[in-house]
Design a protein around this ligand. Structure first.
Ligand code: EPU
Length: 423
């Protein structure tokens, strides 16, 4: 990223109800899993509907450092991992994206050795790797710490029945990757059921894997000797779609996201309906409209199919406009509340206790300089800015860019007054 891009700012002149329709983008997190999955085969893999965000480019650079060829052609990504030349991920390439640890499972399964430093990502709490590492150990790998790296080695992984202490999303995906080429059957109990995890398993099946139960808490993987290439389309991004739907409700507008999967958005849509928004689901789109102020609600952010932790901060921003006291309890991360100080600076009345936030609305927000402290905290200040009177200037836009491709274009299409200033 250039210095000028680093200093880029978003400027929002708020108070305009968002109205209109935008197409859903491909899932950012899910696409990262699929790019990593391509390492499992020596054949070409083509991914479609990949969002054009910074994290995908970072992941591509990481695969290239391991010896793969990655071509990003708009929303289409080609990966060829014919021969992998490295089993250790370079430390500088795992610093910004948490998903980079997903190269461990494929490298271990395919080459018998994998090394990776604890990856970076958002500072949203303690983000341990014990689920990943215990999973590799259960499959027979020797796992140790060598300098900065976690290293796993196994001549051939052996299928096993294993229990995850926590249904970690990336942990589940990493264990599925490793188990796909193991000898025998692996049963993962307390697996993450997120749609993106299920999609990663579906892609492996398209490559010749034998996985069942994906999308539930028990996933079974019958190991196969090799995986072949495939073409695969990324599912719509439920978090990105949810963010725009929340922006529509918060500004008392009407936002339709075509191609969004309502069955992946139950947690959000039921809460929005409870708050008095009108939710219309058709086969081709999800639409949320609010002509009256929202009613206050209580929300618990928990693993899927519960309300998504990644929509906690955007939901909090929307609830600053509800009439009455709302509460959000964060049950996934222990530092999801970075957005609180920023929304307070805009005039929101938020009180925290542990990982819970009490939101007193309706708050009259005023445009002011704020920062995007992580991807979703960034989405929260964008929603705050859209509701605020006057001009909101958002710094550290790079965080937002990691999860929301073409944000300015998409919000402008919905009628927002927003621009990006690059000095
Ligand atoms: N956890 C453990 N042990 C582990 C791993 C995780 O205890 O080995 C705990 C964490 O401490 C945390 C909880 O599990 O409390 C959730 O972490 P999880 O591993 O499920 O999250 P992740 O896989 O690291 C992915 C997404 C996150 C999203 C979470 C939960 C990617 C790259 N990241 O992270 O997305 O919040 O799942 O759905 O896919 C975002 O997009 O803004 C984002 C942070």
């Amino acid at each position: 990223m250039s210095a000028a891009e680093r200093d880029a700012r978003l400027v929002i002149r708020g108070g305009i109800p968002l109205r209109g329709s935008i197409p859903a983008a491909g899932s950012k997190n899910g696409a990262l899993y699929l790019v990593a999955a391509a390492l499992l085969s020596a054949d070409p893999v083509t991914l479609r509907n990949v969002p054009e965000v910074a994290d995908i480019r970072e992941m591509g650079r990481l695969l290239e450092a391991l010896g793969a060829t990655v071509t990003i052609d708009g929303p289409t990504v080609h990966v060829e991992a014919v021969t992998l030349t490295e089993t250790f991920a370079p430390a500088d390439l795992v610093a910004s994206t948490r998903a980079s640890f997903l190269v461990m499972g494929p490298l271990l399964a395919r080459l018998g050795e994998a090394g990776c430093a604890p990856p970076g990502g958002d500072a949203i709490g303690v983000r341990p790797l014990d689920v990943h590492l215990a999973g590799f150990r259960a499959l027979g790998a020797a796992v140790s710490r060598e300098g900065a790296n976690w290293v796993a080695r196994a001549a051939r992984l052996q299928g096993a029945r294993l229990f995850l202490d926590y249904p970690s999303v990336l942990g589940t995906v990493n264990v599925i990757f490793a188990a796909a080429l193991a000898q025998g059957t692996t049963t993962i109990v307390n697996a993450a059921a997120e749609p993106e995890v299920a999609m990663a398993a579906d892609m492996l099946n398209a490559m010749g894997a034998r996985i069942s139960g994906q999308g539930t808490g028990i996933v079974t993987v019958e190991g196969v000797a090799r995986l072949h290439g495939c073409e695969f389309e990324v599912i719509p991004d439920r978090i990105e779609a949810g963010t725009y739907l929340l922006a529509g409700a918060a500004t008392r507008g009407s936002v339709e996201v075509t191609g969004a999967r309502a069955d992946h958005l139950d947690g959000l849509l039921s809460k929005l309906a409870e708050a008095g928004a009108r939710v219309d689901v058709t086969e081709r789109s999800v639409c949320v409209a609010a002509s009256e102020p929202l009613a206050p609600i209580q929300v618990q952010a928990v693993p899927y199919p519960g309300f998504a932790t990644d929509l906690h901060a955007p939901m909090a921003a929307a609830l600053t406009q509800a009439t009455g006291v709302s509460i959000i309890h964060e049950r996934v991360y222990d530092n999801r509340l970075l957005y609180v100080g920023e929304l307070r600076a805009m005039g929101a009345r938020l009180t925290t206790g542990g990982q819970s936030v009490i939101i007193e609305g309706p708050a009259r927000l005023t445009g002011t300089p704020v920062r995007a402290l992580d991807i979703r905290a960034g989405a929260a200040v964008v929603i705050g800015g859209l509701c605020a009177e006057g001009e909101t200037t958002i710094r550290d836009v790079g965080h937002i860019d990691r999860g929301y491709a073409r944000l300015v274009e998409r919000l402008s299409a919905l009628g927002a007054d927003i621009e990006r200033l690059v000095p």
